[in-house]
Design a protein. Structure first.
Length: 71
């Protein structure tokens, strides 16, 4: 999850990079959920998807062998 902030020059339509937010705000009034909502993803759907991604990541990490296991 991240947000990239850009500026659009009104007259020339040039786009300028501002910053990358790797931890964007995540309250119901924050820009990240609002942007997702504008894309058709509700706040509830967004939270569900992020939790599902976290569970899948946890499963992958815990499935890794971290010690040598002789046969």
């Amino acid at each position: 999850m991240a947000r990239v902030d850009l500026f659009l020059e009104k007259d020339t339509h040039e786009i300028y990079f501002n910053e990358i937010n790797t931890i964007p705000g995540f309250t119901a009034i924050s820009m990240y959920p609002k942007l997702m909502g504008a894309s058709g993803v509700s706040y509830s759907e967004l939270l569900t998807h992020l939790v599902e991604l976290a569970i899948a990541r946890h499963k992958r990490k815990t499935a890794l062998c971290r010690e040598y296991q002789p046969e």
